[in-house]
Design a protein around this ligand. Structure first.
Ligand code: ADP
Ligand code: F6P
Length: 349
């Protein structure tokens, strides 16, 4: 194998640039030209009139400077068309035209599905897990998760300080899509009193009861860390009737959100205020912590070595602290195990 390509796909995650840097240095060391594909699978679909808008030459000097930077130098995107075999064939033709013999895909499970399709169509691919969500069961680490938890931990610590001053509970929403790992680890790291995640069914009343217990103990500034996906596992609750009957404006059919949840808890627990903070994209756009960068460094090199040695259709991960690889298909079949023991600990301690 000679020329290889690299792309980042799905949501960006801290550490993607560190992986790109490692891939560029490794490719250079092994004498393999490297092409950067822009905006995930979009860069292979010939949507631009000028090919330079879709692919980029990876100049080692430039790439060396990006390793510590958040975001992704190659840009990223979701690409609905790529689900369609017709567009997948276009991607394969583009790769052939560019004389790219193998591809490193940095992304989450969706991006790995795309890589698997390309492998089936004869393009050797290696996946590097890049997502803050930590929703890939086969690996103990995904690029960006540790950074996201660090950002959330710092935010929750600050919020707890002001909550303490004001005797005011706080609802803090973190990302993670359908996965509660960022919420759970942040709650453990900050000593938050309550955590709510999509993996465990819950009800508003049950959280209010937990909060009331804290208030009765004199803890008037408890933190409730909620995962953004937690609303999907919430027991039905008539928010409209509850809020409007207590003089709070609410629109019929309005979906629940962290601010609305705070509003409900304020009224259920008789507090003067319960404030909400949505941490949002600061979790994705942060400079990677050392653990994410170090994993990216090792994974990037392994990905290039695998392609160089003719090994493909694999994803890289961490098992028992060590970087390893396994077939994409098997990796995607692994079942996630949520740390219910930790969840119970946070909510009962
Ligand atoms: P992530 O990779 O972070 O899980 P997505 O699920 O949004 O993010 O997937 C990223 C991209 O991967 C999609 O926009 C699409 O281009 C590609 N992809 C996802 N699922 C498939 C699939 N089943 N077949 C082919 N490509 C896919
Ligand atoms: O998958 C990473 C992630 O940040 C999720 O935690 C979140 O649900 C989603 O991406 C947000 O995506 P977008 O950038 O499209 O708002």
């Amino acid at each position: 194998m000679r020329k290889i390509g690299v792309l980042t796909s799905g949501g960006d995650s801290p550490g993607m640039n560190a992986a790109i840097m490692s891939i560029a240095r490794s490719a250079s060391l092994y004498g393999m030209p490297l092409v950067g594909i822009k905006r995930g699978y979009n860069g292979l679909l010939r949507k631009s009139t000028n090919l330079r808008d879709d692919v980029m030459e990876m100049v080692l000097d430039t790439v060396l400077d990006i390793a510590d930077q958040p975001g992704t130098y190659l840009r990223t995107a979701r690409c609905r068309e790529f689900l369609d075999p017709v567009w997948q064939a276009v991607a394969v033709k583009t790769l052939h035209d560019l004389e790219i013999d193998g591809l490193v895909v940095i992304g989450g499970d969706g991006s790995f599905q795309g890589a698997m399709r390309l492998c089936e169509l004869g393009i050797p691919c290696i996946g590097i897990p890049g997502t803050i969500d930590n929703d890939l069961a086969y690996t103990e680490m995904t690029l960006g998760f540790e950074t996201a938890v660090q950002v959330c931990t710092e935010a929750v610590r600050s919020i707890r300080a002001t909550s303490r001053s004001h005797d005011r509970p706080a609802v803090i929403e973190v990302m993670g899509r359908h996965c509660g790992d960022i919420a759970l680890k942040t709650a453990c790291a900050t000593g938050a009193e309550i955590v709510v995640v999509p993996e465990v069914p819950w009800s508003v009343e049950e959280v209010a009861a937990r909060l009331n217990k804290q208030i009765a103990k004199g803890n008037t500034r408890a933190s409730i860390v909620v995962a953004e996906g937690c609303w999907e596992s919430m027991a039905p609750f008539d928010m409209y009737t509850f809020l409007t009957s207590r003089g709070k404006q609410c629109f019929e059919g309005e979906p629940i959100s962290a601010p609305r949840f705070a509003s409900i808890l304020k009224r259920m627990c008789g507090m003067a205020e319960v404030r909400a903070t949505v941490i949002g994209y600061t979790q994705r756009g942060a400079e990677p912590v050392a653990k994410d960068s170090a994993f990216a460094f090792e994974a990037g090199n392994l990905a290039v070595r695998l392609l160089r040695d003719g090994i493909s259709n694999q994803v890289i991960g961490v098992h028992q602290g060590k970087v390893f690889y396994m077939p994409i298909e098997k990796a995607l079949q692994a079942k996630r195990e949520f740390r219910r023991d930790l969840y119970d600990l946070v909510n009962t301690l």
